[in-house]
Design a protein around this ligand. Structure first.
Ligand code: KIV
Ligand code: ZN
Length: 517
């Protein structure tokens, strides 16, 4: 049997169905282009009959995106299939994916059809789809709750009519790995022409088993998995693409299979989908969550410092992340704290780790996570260094609004001298931080932005917390104002001053110590 598993991405179809607002043609095209970079085998670009916008999206992706097969969804109805064929016609490689409910519940309650009528429809409409497109996929919807005998008859009829991929959906996420394996085994055993089609699976996550069910099916002979980035999809979502791909890669010893996906593009794809779809990714989400490569426990951090494989089954680099993150918390050991300080450019001579560690623990108990700037403050407070702000925001003017390019002008006192810069940005906060960057000369990336209302009513004070990363380390900044943009600029300035303080401190260190960073 072939050892290649095809990855069929349905983020733009099943995934998009679950969003509060549908995506524009341009947004879908951006995601599809990234899917091509990720090198998925098939992109299900949409459901062309569902709306003129979806038709346009599928047609545009078919025209513009090269590489993967571009697939459109159609109910097992003539007008759906004709519309779908039209939408995908300019694709380099096109596929029609057609489906009909086959479980007794769907047949009786939704379709009001008997088994024979469903079978006739399968034959008639899969033939029609095949006349319009060489590559036809057929799905017996709710296969997970379809009787075994009828499922075998439907699958055989679809293959005879020209379907070259048979997708077995667990539409309502009802099956378990053992149950799903039995369904797949049954098809391989009982459908005489099964060898003429690729068996695909499409699992929903209602009981949290979508990935496990899909992978079990793969172990039992399925060679296409339908999945969505970040596990998007109806209700609890579809099997997550990143989990399927990384499980097959990391456990090659078990599966002895591979996908064509460029796993280094996973993180970039996940973030793009998150941002365009407006669907946040939970921090502890497998593979792409913010904590998926973050180590917090002292025992784990100690292990990682000794050998990464102690607590990492895959490298952050393999999904396109730069490095794992070590969270300094009250559970971190003194070894980890010392290590971070050495990374920050300090020398063992600069601190007494036992004394510092006691103060670190007290701070961590209060704060939760201790960031680089907190550590620096702990050391500097001891050294009696001048902690004054080098940069002082004197003036900020921001203009933004509908149809306006957001622009900001900042005036900042630097060591007593006034500097002024202006910048444009994606939004008011972006423009303000860019203007500040021009004056400070620091390169800062905002990793996290959090806004809280600290008082009530219309004039509520907003408190902004920013976590920023620069080549000097990771810093937090806070700013409070009744104006959100000003609160953001103040939080940003807080970080800029922390970097300045750190640089000032490092200037006092012997050159060799600074170079060692
Ligand atoms: O969940 C499902 O059954 C589907 C089909 C259209 C494949 O999304
Ligand atoms: Zn689905």
């Amino acid at each position: 049997m072939n050892d290649r598993v095809f990855i069929f991405d349905t983020t733009l179809r099943d995934g998009e169905q679950a969003l509060m607002a549908s995506l524009s043609v341009e947004q879908k095209l951006r995601i599809a282009r990234q899917m091509a970079r990720l090198n998925v085998d098939i992109i299900e670009a949409g459901f062309p009959i569902s709306s003129p916008g979806d038709f346009e999206s599928v047609a545009t992706i078919a025209r513009e995106v090269k590489g993967p097969v571009i697939c459109g969804l159609a109910r097992l109805i003539e007008k759906d299939i004709l519309t779908c064929a039209k939408a995908i016609k300019s694709a380099q490689r096109a596929r029609i994916h057609t489906f009909i409910g086959t479980s007794a519940i769907h047949a009786e309650k939704k379709l009001h059809m008997g088994e024979e009528e469903i079978l006739d429809n399968v034959t008639k409409h899969v033939k029609l789809a095949h006349r319009l497109c060489d590559d036809v996929e057929f799905s017996p919807e709710d296969a997970g709750r379809t009787g075994a005998d009828f499922l075998c008859r439907v699958v055989e009829a679809a293959i005879t009519a020209g379907a070259s991929t048979i997708n077995i959906p667990d539409t309502v996420g009802y099956t378990t790995p053992e149950h799903f394996a039995r369904i797949i085994d049954d098809l391989f055993k009982r459908v005489p022409n099964i060898g003429k089609a690729v068996i695909s699976v499409h699992c929903h996550n209602d009981l949290g088993m979508a990935t496990a069910n899909s992978l079990t099916a793969v172990s039992h002979g399925a060679r296409q998995v339908e999945c969505a980035v970040n596990g998007l999809g109806e209700r609890a979502g579809n099997a997550a693409l990143e989990e399927i791909v990384m499980a097959i890669k990391v456990r090659k010893d078990l599966f002895r299979l591979s996908t064509g996906v460029n796993s280094k593009e996973i993180m970039r794809t996940s973030k793009l989908v998150r941002d365009i779809c407006g669907m946040p990714v939970q921090a502890n989400k497998a593979v792409v969550g913010a904590n998926a490569f973050a180590h917090s426990s002292g025992i784990h951090q100690d292990g990682i410092l000794k050998a990464k494989q102690t607590y990492e089954i895959m490298t952050p680099q393999s999904i396109g992340l730069k490095e794992a993150r070590m969270n300094l918390t009250s559970r971190s050991g003194s070894h980890m704290v010392k290590n971070r300080l050495l990374d920050l450019g300090y020398h063992e001579r600069d601190f007494d780790i036992d004394a510092l560690y006691v103060r670190f623990k007290a701070l961590a108990d209060k704060k939760g996570t201790v960031y680089d700037d907190d550590l620096i403050t702990l050391i500097e407070a001891k050294s009696g260094d001048d902690l004054g702000d080098r940069f002082v925001l004197e003036y900020l003017n921001v203009s933004s609004g509908r149809g306006t390019v957001p622009t900001a002008t900042a005036r900042i006192l630097v060591d007593g001298k006034l500097f002024q810069e202006a910048a444009c940005g994606d939004g008011a906060v972006d423009a303000a931080t860019k203007a500040i960057d021009r004056i400070s000369g620091y390169k800062l990336t905002i990793e996290n932005y959090h806004l809280d209302a600290v008082t009530g009513g219309r004039e509520a004070q907003g408190r902004v917390l920013i976590v920023g990363r620069s080549e000097e380390g990771t810093f937090t900044g806070t700013g409070t104002s009744t104006d959100i943009v000003e609160a953001s600029a103040l939080a940003y300035m807080d970080i800029v001053n922390k970097i300045a303080r750190m640089k000032r401190f490092n200037r006092k260190l012997p050159a060799s110590r600074i170079e060692a960073r």
